[in-house]
Design a protein around this ligand. Sequence first.
Ligand code: ATP
Ligand code: MG
Length: 180
Amino acid sequence: MFLKRIEIMGFKSFADRTHIDFTDGITALLGPNGCGKSNIVDAMKWVLGEQSTKNMRAEKMEDVIFNGTDERKALNVAEVTLIISNEENLLDLDLSEISIKRRLYRNGDSEYFVNNTLVKLKELRELFYDTGIGKSAYSIMEQGKIDQVLSNKPEERRYLFEEAAGITRFKMKGSEAERK
Ligand code: ATP
Ligand code: MG
């Protein structure tokens, strides 16, 4: 399983439809300060369901929509798509390629899609349980994340081990059942 492609449109500094194809090995994104490198990582976290505006470096979620420049007017919708290779069927869908899309309108309406079918955020999250992918899993290691993991309370750190051990799915189902 690996990330094949990201498509960004109207998200943060990416006013134009932009895509990046990832191939085997290491991809480095280079550019001057403020050119949008971190915005690409933000886009990856966002499409995986990030709800924290702080983690998006924004005051309110609508701030992730391209807000215009001197030459260009603001847009009303942001959209990010990830294309993930699923050759080994690690994601529980019988497809060799899976697309995940999130869309946000300036009026606050938000939509998630898996292979262009509208889904609830919860369904999208369930697809990624125990895969290491997800907004708080370990596939995205940002600056400071390792320090954070080391200094977290043991019960918070346990989350990463549970994810790696493949039991997040059962824990989430358990706590849902308790609530019922
Ligand atoms: P550095 O090397 O300093 O870490 P970077 O390449 O990671 O820089 P980013 O943080 O990705 O840069 O991009 C910051 C830029 O994104 C700023 O110029 C900011 O104005 C722009 N930006 C952020 N949100 C929006 C938005 N909603 N609309 C338009 N531009 C935005
Ligand atoms: Mg940066």
